[in-house]
Every structure is written in structure tokens, then in C-alpha cells.
Ligand binder design. Sequence first.
Ligand code: FEO
Ligand code: CA
Ligand code: CA
Ligand code: CA
Length: 634
Amino acid sequence: MAATGHTDGQAARGETFEAVLARRVARRSFVKGALAAVPLLVAGPSLLGWGRTQAALDGLTFTPISPGTEDTVVTADGYAADVLLRWGDPLFPDSPTFDVAAQSAAAQARQVGYNADFVGFFPLPRFRARSASRGLLTVNHEYTNPELMFPGYEAGSPGRDQVDVELAAHGLSVVEITRVPGGGWRAVTASPLNRRITGETEMALTGPAAGHGWLRVSDDPTGTRVRGMLNNCGGGKTPWGTLLTCEENFNQYFANSDGLPSADPRQAIHLRYGLPGGASERRWEDFHDRFDVSREPNEPFRFGWVVEIDPYDPAWVPRKRTALGRLKHEAATAVLAADGRVVVYTGDDERFDYVYKFVSGGRVSSRREANFGLLDHGTLHVARFDDDGTGTWIPLVAGVGALAAWSQAEVLINTRGAADAVGATRMDRPEDIETNPVNGKVYCVMTNNTRRGASGQPDVDAANPRAGNRFGHVIELTEAGEDHAAGTFTWEIFMLCGDPRDPAHATYFAGFDPGQVSAIANPDNIAFDRRGNLWIATDGQPGSLGAHDGIFAVPTEGEQRGFVRQLLSGPRGCEVASLDFTPDNDTLFCSIQHPGEGGSLAAPISTWPDGTQPPRPGVVAVTRTQPGAPIVGA
Ligand code: FEO
Ligand code: CA
Ligand code: CA
Ligand code: CA
């Protein structure tokens, strides 16, 4: 790890990394298992392993709001949502002032990007887990809405300048934030830790597939260097305090896969990943050959990865970790196994695609830098959910069984094909997958799949039990022996979403009285508070429930298990894409993505957050209006 220009609290005063960890471990002695085996943890409680001493009381005291229809962020009484970051906000002292009528790629690369998705809070100083008054907020910029970014944008024939602004509006922002006296947070524009990563930032390909012939292109004959990351949706944090950010629907940026001969095995793979045969909708290929598959047939193989980034070091080269497979990764959640290996859960957000987990070969070290190669060696598995409530993690290992004729690089580049071959269970669009820090179980979110059970499509099964699944569901998975590295698991449906007052649709809320819960649909990203309550951000309620997307909380244990309540509703046209708590649960950061989608600058449907055009995606900080009160009660 390179030093940064920023001092780092205790470490800067000479205390060693190991000493900080040892003290933190002593404080957290209530946590058993993984911590006893490996005296290292540097981030928040969501990274902890098994721990069961917490009482089952949920600490949720708010009165739920009604389904939202207003063009603003509405919260339950006693809570406030302050806008913290907006598209175009300055990140550096020299950032140009945002001007929608005169945007440029150079300006955009110095400003907050578009369509905020994953938000992750990393405390400053680095090893202070609780009550940090400063921190780094990492925010993905998943994609662009050019019809909401450029006055007069013409779909199908963008200008070169517009395409280059879009490339610069993708990626990630790292922003230092600090508490404001009296409550709330503000961005620190002058912080030397601030960073923008775009669709043009150089990054490395690492792990078993790096250098493979299919990763080599004109720009990079070595197959080890890539320009940019695209469509970064969800993410996660590692126990050593780095960020995992996940490339999802990368297929939409590429064009002309029909330009490959049908006998070329790469064409079938591109088809399996949904690349267009002809022109792309975005038309980036008109100005950049790398997005034209007929010219650069391997460039798409360099996207669809989990990218590791050290947010504490602005000079750190981002690394695409090929060992975690290539798919439309929603998110990646890292947690320690009983023996100290790291396990990363991830899902492939496509109808009838799969749930995965990676188990590292090595164990987490107390020396931070020693973990920077940990995600390059290990075994990727895919889940088979059996109808009797059991399941198996099938290793995706080349040379064995159905993969006898494959190389490991092929398995990792064509992960979907490998999972097809071994007979994994085809799911209803796996979105986020996270581990509960209190009960140790794993929660797998299926957002919807209206094609389930349709003619010529896979039928319902026990893990995907509704035909024409409009509302989505959540599966609760328990690893064998309470070990995240286990090869088998049991599972049950935790929640079948929908409006329980609509008799036309089956709903289920972990057995809780459906007459008392908030209607909820299309669960997408999730987080846990320190009490083990599950918090859900939704994506798609306008189309399924006729209400805006929002944030919901639901206890996972005790008498109120399944009692889902709505805390927040977003503005018109948005999805509430992601959420993360400060370690003290004092603040909940939420991303508001694509406000106004469905409209355009000429025909707007949203003016969030400023009451003017254009709408600006961004991040809000949710706090209690009572000073010092946490989001979740003690
Ligand atoms: Fe970008 Fe799966 O949502
Ligand atoms: Ca998502
Ligand atoms: Ca999450
Ligand atoms: Ca989604």
C-alpha cells in the first residue's frame, strides 16, 4: 500500500496496524468463530463472521410511511434525508462548476459522475470502526441517461463530445466526507483522498485468466491492462478495508457481435452474455473502435468483472479480479470463513442466471498488503438449490466432470457457460447477496422474473416458486456448520414480496401477519444494521406496485421477524439503488439513481433535488432529527 498525502489517525502517530487490530479484536470479543481464528478485521460489523449473543429485539421504532408518489425524498417522522452528493458536484479544488449546457469530458472527469449506485462508507482514520466523524464515501456511477444529460440529445446519433462525457460520467467517485456540527455530513472538496475513476481509467486484469488470448486486444497485447470499468452496480468491502465494485450490464456498450463468424466460439459466448448483433443503443462504437466487436472481438471479455480498489490510496491501480468470474455481477460481499479464508458471495443479475461464491485459497493476513493478492487464487462455486430445502455449492474447476475439456481461464471468462454445464439452479435475477452479522445467515435477493414459467422458459421450482414473478423474493441461506466456506447449505424463502392486500398475488413475510406490513416489490440492494435487521432498497416499484421505489427495514429474528416497514420513498422515476450505514448506525447513506427516468430534458418528469432541470442523481444522508439518535434504537 502506498502512503497517501493524508494522515491516518492512530497509524500516523506510530501505532502499528497489528496493534490497532488487536485492540479492536479485544473490543469485539463477543464475536466468536472467524475472529478467534484470524485476528484481523478492519471494516464494519457487516464483515464479521458468526456471532449469536445479541438479543433479538429489533430496535426499529419508526411509523412506516405510505407508498410514495411525490417528486422528493420522503422519510418517516423523526428522520431527515439531506442531499450529500449530486451529479456534477466538484470533487477537487479545480473542478469546473457544473453547467448542463456546457458539459465536457474534461469537466466531468473532475466532477461527481452520473447514476449513483453502490455507496460504501470507509471510516477515517482507517481503523476506527465506530463513531467516525470523517470518512470516505465510495459511490459507483453505473450508467448514463443521455436524454437527461444533454439538451437536444438525439437517440441513435450522439455526438463524439456527448459519448466522451458519458464515458467520463461512468465509474466511481471516492469523496471524503465530514460530519457537520449539529448534524449531517458534507463533502470535503479539497481532500487529497478524493478520486474519480472513469470509463477511461487504466486498470489491471489479475488472477488466473489474466493474459489469456481472449483478453488480448490491439491496445493491450498482454491481456493484462484495461481502460476503464463500466456499469458498476453494487459492491462490497473486504475485511482488509478495500472496495469491491462490480461490473454488471456491460453488454450494452458493445456492438456488432454478428461480425464474428458463427463458427468462432467467441460469438456464442457474446450471445450468452447478451451483446447486440448489430448497432448498440448508445452508439459508442461510432467513435471508439474498442466497442465494435467486429473490430475488437475480445474487448467485451475485459468487462464483467469484480474490481478491487483501495479507497485509502488514490494512486492504487484498480484490479479486475478474474478469479471471481465474469458475469453481470450485481454486488460482492466478503466475509471470513471459519478457518480465516475469505469468501465472496456474488450474483448474476439476469433472468434465469445464477448465485455464486468464491472461496480464497489463502487466509487473511494481519498484514494489510499481504491480502492484496488474496482474491487472485481460490475456487469459484455456483449454487444448486434443491427442492427439499438443501443446496450444494458446485465448484467451477476446469478439468473435472462437465468441465473436463475446459481450461480455468475459459471457466472464468465464460462463467455463465461453465455454470450452465454443471447444472446450477436458474434463478429469478439474483441481485444483492449479503451476510447478516448477527445470525450469520446469507440473504439472496431475487428482484423479479416475469418470464418464469412462461412458454418455452424454465418452470417454477421451490427456490423460485412464482410463475410470472413480478414482485421478487428473498431467500435465507444457512451454510453447513455455520461456515461460509461450506460445500452445502440449507435454505428457505424469507419473503415473497408484493402487496399483501392484493388477493391476486401470493405474498409471504417470514410468517408475519401480512395485514400489518408495508407493501414492497422488486428488492434489489440490501444492508444490515448492527442489530441484524435487513434493510432493502427497491428497483421497479413504479411498474409493479404503482409506487415510487424506497427503503424498507425488516427484522430477521424474534417475534417481529418478517415485519417489513417502509422508511423512505424516492423521487419520481428513480430507483433507490444502494444503502450503507456508518458503523455506529447514526447515518444511513442512500443513492438516488436515475431520477426523472422515463422523461427527458424537453419533457421532464422530475426536478429532484434542486427543483430545477436537470434532475441530478446523487446520494442522501438519512439521520434522525433528534440529535445524536441512531437510525436503529438501542
Ligand atoms: Fe444494476 Fe442489478 O441492478
Ligand atoms: Ca442493483
Ligand atoms: Ca448491499
Ligand atoms: Ca436492479
